[in-house]
Design a protein around this ligand. Structure first.
Ligand code: FE2
Length: 92
């Protein structure tokens, strides 16, 4: 499980950094606020990695709940906000 959390952290960082690369490229007006949300997510995953060292089962359940809520909420609410900007640059 520790390995999975590490992979999640790595993939999350890769995914979010890739998204942010396009914010900069397209001068997305809400880039700073969006990046701050990504930063909080990365910090939260780091917290889970620490907590996991002392409470494996509880942390695993909390992490799964967090991930489900965060990604669904983020994609449906926060990421949707850049749709127009990305579309204007040929991303559909
Ligand atoms: Fe995002």
């Amino acid at each position: 499980m520790e390995h999975i959390i590490k992979e999640l952290a790595n993939y999350g960082q890769y995914h979010l950094a890739n998204e942010e690369k396009y914010f900069d490229k397209f001068d997305y007006v809400e880039a700073d606020a969006h990046k701050a949300i990504h930063k909080k997510y990365i910090e939260k995953i780091s917290d889970f990695q620490e907590k996991f060292k002392t409470s494996k089962i509880k942390t695993t359940f909390e992490l799964v709940d967090f991930l489900e809520d965060w990604w669904i909420g983020h994609i449906n609410n926060i990421d949707k906000r850049y749709t127009k900007t990305f579309n204007e640059h040929g991303f559909y």
